[in-house]
Design a protein around this ligand. Structure first.
Ligand code: NDP
Length: 333
């Protein structure tokens, strides 16, 4: 089935030893929610057969059902545990006071619950889904370190933390000889690039930060399918996601997406392939987490790998002229 797809490539997750496929599969809004469990299984099997070795999840996704569905599929597929990585993220576990945030209590309990739902003995990657201003970073760092020492987590990191917060966690870990955070899960796409290309710049060389980037297609806007309205059955047509629609479906984003279409066509690519390949050009991206509601979408998106070599400096400059959001280089004195 995967014979027509390009050969998978792997990158180190920052300076860590672990290797992650350059594209991976996420489950936000799809597993345990939008798609049937059979489709989720098809997506995971297609991914695995194509060489994808990382499946992303979080306690918050579909209130835990996403992890449950993924866990059932992992058990059914019975792949060798050493051939894939699975993640969870902690922050939004429930409405009660100790069910959210990054206290030692919630970090530990959320990990135990994720292990149970995913039906695995350890999480390869465990992320703090957002910073928690009410918990001392030191408490969270110690909790993560302890889980690693207990063999329940292998690598830990953050998601949408500022560079300063990441550095603070890193410094605390170093001071107490604890395992530091080594990865971050930021949003990165043609519309949203400041963190990855600018804010985190020093962290790649100083602490060896790796990134597992999310929403490469800006929730589907970069596929071009919203140009003439909101098609039925698509993510941005779903009830309860108005906040997301208002964030990503702007006139400016639609206009830019339309202008990118001819470039994709010239390269013999589809728009989603161009957008995903563009993310892969950034050397600080360890893996692009793909989202898909059908196997057709996933196939199309994985095939973006073959477009990367076509993104020459000339093509990239034409893309820059359209998106017009390249971060300014730091001034030199
Ligand atoms: P994308 O921006 O790529 O959006 C994926 C959605 O776009 C699909 O579910 C599908 O929605 C549509 N789509 C994808 N491919 C195509 C295609 N070829 N043609 C047409 N439509 C397409 O990624 P996500 O926003 O899903 O993010 C990916 C993953 O990143 C998540 O699953 C999650 O694991 C992670 N994530 C992490 C976050 C964090 O805070 N750490 C936040 C958000 C995501 P549809 O068919 O319904 O229109």
């Amino acid at each position: 089935m995967s014979s027509t797809l390009p050969a998978m490539e792997y990158r180190r997750l920052g300076r860590s030893g672990v290797q992650v496929s350059v594209v991976s599969l996420g489950s936000w809004l799809t597993f345990g929610s939008q798609i049937r469990n059979e489709v989720a299984e098809d997506l995971m099997r297609l991914s695995y057969d194509a060489g994808i070795n990382f499946f992303d999840n979080a306690e918050a996704y579909a209130h835990g059902r996403s992890e449950q569905v993924m866990g059932d599929i992992l058990r059914k597929c019975a792949w060798d545990r050493s051939t894939y990585l699975v993640s969870s993220k902690v922050y939004w576990g429930g409405d009660k006071p100790n069910q959210r945030g990054l206290s030692r209590k919630h970090v530990v309990e959320a990990c135990h619950a994720a292990l149970k739902r995913l039906q695995v003995e350890y999480l390869d990657l465990y992320f703090c889904h957002r910073p928690d201003k009410d918990t001392p970073i030191e408490e969270t760092v110690w909790a993560m370190h302890t889980l690693i020492q207990q063999g329940k987590v292998l690598y830990w990191g953050t998601s949408e933390w500022s560079a300063q917060q990441i550095m603070e966690a890193y410094a605390i870990a170093r001071e107490h000889h604890l395992v530091p955070p080594t990865m971050e899960q930021p949003q990165y796409n043609l519309f949203h690039r400041m963190r990855v290309e600018h804010e985190y710049k020093r962290l790649y060389s100083s602490i060896g930060l790796g990134t597992t980037i999310w929403s490469p297609l800006a929730s589907g806007v970069l596929t071009g399918k919203y140009a003439a309205g909101i098609p039925e059955g698509t993510r941005l047509a779903r009830r309860g996601l108005e906040w997301l629609k208002n964030t990503v479906l702007t006139e400016d984003n639609i206009r830019k997406t339309e202008l990118l279409k001819p470039i994709a066509a010239e390269l013999g690519a589809t728009l989603p392939q161009l957008a995903i390949a563009w993310c892969l050009v950034c050397p600080h991206v360890s893996t692009v987490i793909l989202g898909a509601s059908t196997t057709e979408q996933l196939r199309e998106n994985i095939a973006a790998l073959s477009i990367v070599p076509k993104l020459t400096s000339d093509v990239l400059e034409r893309i820059e002229a359209i998106v017009g959001n390249k971060p300014e280089p730091e001034p030199e004195y």
